[in-house]
Design a protein around this ligand. Structure first.
Ligand SMILES: Cc1cc2nc3c(=O)[nH]c(=O)nc-3n(C[C@H](O)[C@H](O)[C@H](O)COP(=O)(O)O)c2cc1C
Ligand code: SF4
Length: 816
């Protein structure tokens, strides 16, 4: 038995040894065959998918869009045409696990898949483009108007005719279908009634997408305002509590791709001047800003929009609101498009959160913010130093003057190289120079080799509905429509109170390359708009003013430097006027030849920094040895021009330098030039080293009462001499007053405003004309002497916790 067993084992072993190679080969073959079958199956699957996709794909504006995918990628489908009142059913990161009230037809929709998801080809080398995008629209409505807007909005967003999806214009690389370029989905927008969702699920942290999906959210919140209790109040409480809850991350909404808020309200009964118009939307915008990053960089995609249901503002009640809504929507879609294309928020991201609310109420807080600091005007810096004695002078950059060339003769330098433009001429502000760095750090955009543009703090203030500069009160210039620029960054003075901090080049003659006026014009306009665009994420910026700001109406040629120094200033002015942009040109009374040759400007200023030679030398530190003669010649030229254009003296009062005992001296100068207007403002202390050297301290800044006394004294002196001037207007806010010739006192009222349209018409007529021909409406009563000069329509900002009595004073004067 055992022998037989041994025999059969030996036989089996023999068989194994004989066939083992065959067996191994068969096993290996089977394995290879199995693998091949698997690959073939995958291949076939892909082929079917691509056929399906190709048949359903539509090309809209260069974007490949899956309109009706034949192969569903998910078993759950979201109907985007209905108002979705469902919650996202995926597990959340931090949300309380509580049942939610759900109404409506819920079909379930894991984020990241949906039958209507649109596919957008992904631009290469961009970050943050791996994720899909989900737009969530939150709203509340008591009487139904908000809900009707948002429902239409949601459907429009996705529609081919009006929506943002078809508008996307990302270049479609030819290889997008081959799978080489990955794609992302823009998911159908979802609409949520704030009353019907669990707020924790969306506003303590973001909904978690379904497994394996990466989703970026855009939150759009549209709410009415109710002075009484309303669902929005509960929502606001929630946002506020979340922010203050120490257990929750202080910026739980920072993973948002972005947010934007629109409010409906009625300004007839809840006026803006009382801070009531759209008050709830303002608060929602503020808290979302904080929760999404605050100072570190909130995710605001576009400025807060406000729709006015005021029946008086339009024939039909909703006319204005609809226009407001459309305007806001355009900016929002613009920003979303930018985000979709680049995966990033626009250049404005740097500024986002610069002045997060709460902080927004205090300019001092603004100054504390590093990001905003670079954007603050030098004028502001003066004010901040003025207001805050703890800011040391040493924080101000040291002066960096370029060498002065006294030998090169002045003259009109040809633009074409070889035609007088010496190849040896250098850039006035070379890109690698200290001057360039200093100016760009201060917020200037340097255009070409010698021009600059920046937006002033008043433009920013007006964008936020907080008042324009004194030029609005005196001349009707709305600050958010105003561009501040200069075609010459160089100047021939080194004034002690100059807020340029000595960073601009100085010289007595033009010795640099000359850029053509067309290039400068194009460059400064583009630079201005770029800077306006950067304001879109700043809290409080109003959508309507933001839109308007993209049509410059006024140009203040009064930034750093001396504009009439530029050899082609007249050509540059013609370009401004040709684009219906008014010109306010300020010169320093040191270039009589250029002043004489100057063509028409809307308003021509001469800076009068002192009333006598000694004072002028001490204050302006002019480079010209014959500065006093030049100054006086300029006054004579101004007198000649007074019947051809509006001429203005700009007096800057410096206590201890040019204020006391100089009334008679100033009256002499007025008598000599007979300007149409005399603007008088208190100096702003800017703390430069040159100011320090001249012994200028904050004690030299006059109080408003001192400015008032001076204005009255000068007015009395002028009238005593038989000169027909009067006290026309004031802007206490910037410590500025206006004396005007009685040529502008018509029918018992001051008419200091300008009819800009008429000015352009007169220019077109091509004949000589006088300033009386483009006089505007009467000066508003609130701006008249003694009435303060604050536009009642603007929001008044008070220092935090100090109440209405301690109004924040901003820098005096603004430009010029
Ligand atoms: C009792 C009441 C209080 C209101 N309070 C404000 C308010 O404080 N600020 C504002 O701008 N509008 C206010 N409004 C106007 C509403 O916000 C406006 O009519 C809005 O369009 C209503 O939106 P809804 O129809 O979606 O509820 C108020 C309206 C009512 C009836
Ligand atoms: S301060 Fe000057 S630049 Fe600024 S808005 Fe007023 S006029 Fe324009």
């Amino acid at each position: 038995m055992s022998l037989a067993l041994c025999k059969s084992v030996t036989e089996i072993l023999g068989l194994w040894h004989e066939y083992r190679t065959l067996i191994f080969t068969a096993i290996a073959l089977a394995a290879v065959l199995y693998k091949c079958l698997g690959s073939l199956r995958t291949l076939l699957h892909r082929e079917i998918q691509s056929i399906g996709a190709a048949t359903s794909a539509q090309k809209l504006n260069g974007i490949v869009v899956d309109s009706k995918p034949t192969l569903k990628l998910a078993d759950k489908v979201l109907e985007y045409t209905e108002v979705v009142e469902s919650k996202l059913d995926a597990p959340r990161v931090k949300a309380k696990v509580e049942p939610k009230r759900v109404s409506g037809k819920k079909k379930g929709s894991p984020i990241g898949v949906g039958k209507s998801a649109r596919r957008i080809t992904k631009p290469q080398n961009e970050k943050d483009l791996e994720s899909d995008i989900q737009i969530c629209i939150f709203y509340a409505s008591l009487t139904g108007s908000t809900s009707s807007y948002v429902e239409k909005f949601k459907n429009d967003l996705f529609s081919d005719k009006e929506g943002i999806y078809p508008k996307l214009s990302i270049p479609t690389p030819s290889n997008s279908l081959s799978g080489i370029v990955p794609s992302r989905n823009i998911l159908p927008p979802q609409l949520f009634n704030l009353e019907e969702i669990e707020l924790d699920d969306y506003f303590i942290s973001l909904p978690a997408p379904s497994e394996g999906k990466n989703v970026k959210y855009i939150y759009i919140v549209v709410v009415p305002s109710y002075e009484t209790d309303s669902p929005v109040a509960a929502f606001l409480d929630h946002l506020q509590e979340t922010y203050h809850d120490f257990r929750i991350d202080s910026a739980p909404l920072s993973p948002l791709a972005g947010f934007s808020v629109f409010g409906f309200g009625d300004s007839s009964e809840w006026p803006e001047s009382e801070g009531k118009f759209c008050q709830d939307a303002v608060q929602v915008d503020k808290w979302l800003g904080k929760l999404s990053g605050g100072r570190a960089g909130s995710r605001r995609l576009s400025p807060l929009g406000m729709g006015d249901m005021n029946p008086a503002s339009s024939a039909d009640r909703q006319g204005t609101a609809t226009a407001n809504f459309r305007e806001w929507r355009i900016h929002l879609e613009d920003s979303m498009q930018e985000y979709f294309e680049t995966g990033e928020m626009s250049a404005g991201a740097d500024l986002r959160g610069a002045v997060e609310s709460g902080d927004e109420d205090s300019d001092v807080d603004v100054a504390e913010n590093e990001t905003e600091k670079d954007m603050i005007d030098l004028e502001d810096l003066g004010t901040m130093i003025n207001r805050n004695p703890t800011i040391k002078k040493s924080s101000v950059p040291a002066k960096v003057y370029l060498p002065v060339d006294f030998t090169t003769p002045a003259g009109k330098i040809a633009l074409e190289a070889g035609e007088g433009q010496s190849p040896l001429r250098k850039d006035m502000v070379p890109k690698d120079s200290v001057t360039y760095k200093a100016l760009t750090k201060q917020g200037y955009a340097i255009v070409g080799s010698h021009s600059g543009v920046k937006i002033c703090r008043w433009t920013k203030s007006a964008l936020r509905g907080r008042g324009s500069c004194y030029k609005y009160s005196f001349y009707g210039i709305r600050s958010h429509l105003c561009m501040e620029t200069t075609p010459s960054l160089s100047c021939s003075n080194k004034c002690v109170f100059c807020w340029r901090h000595g960073t601009n080049p100085v010289g007595t003659t033009w010795r640099w390359k000359v850029d053509p006026p067309e290039e400068i014009f194009k460059g400064v306009v583009e630079g201005h708009y770029r800077k306006i665009k950067m304001m879109k994420g700043v809290p409080g910026v109003r959508a309507d003013r933001f839109s308007e700001a993209f049509r410059i109406r006024h140009c203040a040629l009064s930034l750093v430097g001396e504009p009439i120094f530029y050899p082609y200033i007249n050509e540059f002015l013609a370009l401004l006027h040709g684009s219906q942009i008014s010109s306010f040109l300020v010169c320093n009374a040191q270039h009589p030849a250029q002043l004489r040759a100057l063509g028409p400007v809307t308003q021509l200023y001469v800076s009068i920094d002192a009333s006598n030679k000694e004072s002028l030398k001490k204050i302006d530190k002019p480079l010209h040895r014959d500065f006093w003669e030049r100054f006086q010649e300029c006054l004579d030229i101004l007198r000649e021009k007074r019947n051809k254009q509006r001429t203005v003296f700009r007096l800057t009062l410096v206590k201890g330098f040019n204020l006391e005992d100089e009334v008679k001296g100033y009256a002499d100068l007025v008598q000599r030039a007979l300007p149409g207007f005399v603007e008088i403002k208190g100096v702003t202390y800017c703390g430069t080293s040159s100011a320090g050297e001249a012994g200028l301290t904050m004690g030299n800044v006059p109080f408003w009462e001192e400015v008032q006394t001076f204005v009255e004294a000068l007015n009395t002196e002028l009238n005593a001499r038989g000169l027909d001037y009067g006290m026309a207007a004031e802007h206490q806010h910037s410590c500025c007053a206006l004396l005007a010739s009685r040529r502008f006192h018509i029918n018992g009222k001051w008419h200091t405003l300008i009819n800009y349209e008429r000015f352009f018409e007169l220019l077109k007529e091509g004949r000589e004309f006088g300033p009386e021909e483009y006089v505007g409406e009467p000066t508003p009563e609130w701006a008249n002497w003694g009435n303060g000069g604050f536009n009642p329509e603007d929001e008044r900002v008070y220092r935090k916790g100090k109440g209405p009595k301690k109004e924040i004073e901003t820098e005096s004067g603004g430009c010029g």
